[in-house]
Design a protein around this ligand. Structure first.
Ligand code: ZN
Length: 326
């Protein structure tokens, strides 16, 4: 469940092969079998080296089957396109996140939606079987999160801040914070090997000011993947077209649910406004990372705040974790 989606009445491909051709001189297009073999070997080397030998491993925890996609979808696509490994986890199954249907059938539907979105983004996804609206920051759940971060061998972890509006969001924030130290401690959850290196933990942005306002440490232009993100979010029909928990029959009409072309136009405009809002709100951060001219021209952005727990990367380290600034 996403507060902005709930509040705004009007609603607010993966790896293409094309870039391979872009790096080839035209003479390579006419070639002998031997040349073809040599070429395919060099292309394999090129595609691996784009992920700097060892791909980064990113895991993002959202409370519901849409939160992580909404918050980090653009940056996830950028990592995936560069050969890095991204996994989104919905900590609850979303089974009360609709105004007209609920329970098992809704959990099944929303799981299928995020799987389709993940396919479109070129990433992985998992939905935990915990009831929507009933997540608690228990020891059992802390261990679940700890094991998931370890199993993914994560370099970077994302979650909500622990003072977001929805109790499930808040507790995801608490659970991930509580796991931040435990992931490296060998004698808790000894069935899953501990991480040798503590990951860097980041928060998604929100608009809440108490006890303190979201303070971005990094802002990413998603202009180059904006259409891909819209395409991924388009798969979450129960939320983006039908309005989720606070929708109604009126929402279906407003969002032109029965007109695939029109509804996607409305979706695109809404997401352009949303990511444009983030770009404008964090313009100083964009200028800091991209320089005045480039940062000033970014239309759509995502931004993240570094958690004080876990690894504390330097500015140079951040550029390695978010290799999008060259
Ligand atoms: Zn949510």
């Amino acid at each position: 469940m996403d507060q902005m989606m709930a509040r705004e009445p009007a609603l607010q491909s993966a790896l293409g092969g094309g870039w391979f051709l872009a790096i080839l001189p035209p003479t390579h297009l006419i070639m002998k079998p031997f040349t073809l073999l040599t070429l395919s070997l060099s292309l394999a080397i090129i595609s691996v080296s784009s992920a700097a030998d060892a791909p980064l491993r990113i895991i993002a925890f959202g409370a519901h089957p849409d939160d992580a996609e909404f918050q980090i979808g653009g940056t996830a696509i950028k990592w995936a396109k560069a050969g890095h490994k991204v996994k989104l986890v919905s900590v609850t199954n979303g089974d009360i996140g609709h105004w007209d249907i609920a329970g098992g059938p809704l959990a099944i539907r929303r799981t299928a939606e995020v799987k389709e979105a993940a396919k479109r983004m070129g990433i992985e996804v998992e939905v935990l079987d915990i009831h929507d609206g009933e997540l608690e920051p228990t020891l059992e759940n802390r261990k679940k999160i700890t094991r998931l971060i370890r199993s993914w061998n994560a370099d970077i972890v994302f979650a909500h801040r622990p003072w977001d509006y929805h109790p499930d969001h808040r507790y995801v924030g608490v659970l991930v914070q509580d796991a931040a130290f435990m992931v490296a401690v060998p004698f808790i959850c000894p069935d899953t090997p501990p991480l040798k290196k503590n990951p860097a933990f980041f928060y998604f942005p929100d608009r809440f000011k108490k006890p303190y306002e979201f303070q971005p440490d990094i802002a990413i232009s998603i202009d180059d993947v904006f259409e891909d993100k819209v395409n991924a979010v388009d798969a979450l029909a129960s939320q983006v077209y039908e309005g989720g928990a606070l929708g109604s029959k009126q929402t279906l009409l407003q969002r032109r649910v029965n007109d695939p072309k029109k509804r996607k136009e409305i979706l695109r405009a809404s997401w352009s406004a949303r990511q444009g809002g983030i770009a404008n709100r964090f313009r100083d951060e964009l200028v800091k990372w991209y320089g005045k001219e480039k940062g000033g021209a970014v239309k759509h952005a995502e931004a993240f705040e570094l958690c004080e727990y876990g690894r504390q990367p330097s500015e140079a380290d951040l550029k390695k974790l978010f290799p999008f600034f060259d």
